[in-house]
Design a protein around this ligand. Structure first.
Ligand code: DP6
Length: 349
């Protein structure tokens, strides 16, 4: 990283977390997905990361999380080793990294998406600035998405506003296993009011990590049908997003959430992340929808917490429902009030 271009040795970004509606579950080769996925970014759940470069180094990492030096630095060192084949200047620096999440560690929100999203944005900005390239370009976001994917698959969907798709699908010629693409045009306006109430069932550490779960798809009995199902679901969901077909949206989103957990329950060895209260919440959400005819549904990550999805215009009724009927099944009555978000932001300091 030499030359006469403008010198910048520090970069900082705020990057949102995201929640998948069509789930990435299973990998091929290095960090490529077995099937395409579709997600939206959250507004209130984000990571802020700053990366400082120190010259004449050899990729040593001092990583501070919430102000305290953290062992996550080792994962970042591994990550830098991977990306240094693309960004060779990385080999000549040591890294001082500060990172902070807007949500508590125990919130059960996957922090790897927003962490690697923010980290990748910093590295991409440092690279583009040094080579004198435009950082507000299509190439910039795409490169950041690709680099984020190398840290954590779901992270590649965090660099775009609103909805995005990762993985090859017949829907878009530009779709790719290497980076996500944004769904910028044509999404029905009802989805700009999409809300996500994250109902905290259990904030403890997961018994089985996502990386183990992905690996169990390698020789899963249902692998082929799962891949076919994800392709079909992404086609149907995309159509529902364009037309504002909420009935279809609800059907696909719940089918995906339960299919993800069905894959876990039927892998070898099998595992179970849902808790009795997760099931109680699911049943109550479905009953509320039937009785009130209000369009609500749930999605679930690789954990026991339930994401209750609803729309802005139904906020008063849904919040009353959460308080009166759902909080009793949340750990210490805890839930997080979130909604669809916008793109990452550059930090000034
Ligand atoms: C269930 O992105 O955490 O949340 O690539 O190994 O870091 P790695 O996996 P990760 O897996 C996320 C799985 C999921 C579904 C999704 O976000 O699509």
């Amino acid at each position: 990283m030499t030359g006469n271009t403008k010198h910048i040795h520090r970069s900082g970004w705020r990057c949102p977390s995201n929640i998948a509606l069509v789930k990435y579950w299973g990998k091929r080769d290095f960090q490529k997905p077995m099937n395409p996925s579709l997600s939206f970014v959250l507004r209130n759940a984000f990571t802020e990361t700053s990366v400082e470069l120190h010259k004449d180094g050899d990729k040593k990492v001092a990583y501070y999380f919430e102000g305290v030096e953290s062992p996550f630095g080792e994962r970042i060192e591994n990550y830098l080793n991977h990306v240094s084949s693309q960004f060779t200047w990385i080999n000549k620096y040591n890294f001082r990294i500060h990172s902070h999440n807007s949500f508590p560690h125990s919130a059960g929100i996957a922090s790897s998406a927003s962490s690697f999203g923010a980290m990748a944005l910093c590295l991409t900005e440092l690279d583009f600035m040094h080579s004198g390239r435009e950082t507000d370009s299509f190439e910039f976001w795409q490169k950041a998405s690709e680099l984020a994917r190398m840290g954590s698959g779901s992270a590649c969907r965090s660099v775009y506003p609103g909805f995005s798709i990762w993985g090859e699908t017949q829907l878009f010629e530009s779709s790719s296993d290497y980076h996500a693409i944004p769904l910028l045009d044509g999404v029905h306006p009802v989805f700009s009011g999409l809300r996500d109430a994250i109902l905290m069932v259990d904030s403890g550490t997961k018994e089985v990590s996502s990386s183990v779960g992905h690996r169990l798809m390698d020789d899963h009995h249902y692998q082929r049908s799962r891949i076919a199902q994800a392709h079909q679901n992404i086609n149907e969901l995309y159509l529902a997003l364009l037309t504002g077909d909420l009935e279809k949206f609800i059907a696909v989103v719940e089918n995906e959430a339960l299919s993800l957990h069905a894959m876990m329950m039927t892998s070898n060895p099998s595992f179970l992340l849902l808790k009795p209260n997760s099931l109680e919440l699911i049943n109550r959400i479905r009953r509320f929808r039937e009785k009130s005819q209000i369009p609500v549904c749930f999605t679930i990550d690789a954990g026991p917490n339930i994401h209750l999805l609803y729309f802005q215009e139904n906020e008063p009724e849904v919040k009353a429902f959460i308080e009166s009927e759902l909080l009793a099944f949340c750990e210490n009555g805890k839930w997080i009030d979130d909604r669809i978000g916008t793109r990452p932001e550059r930090l000034n300091n």
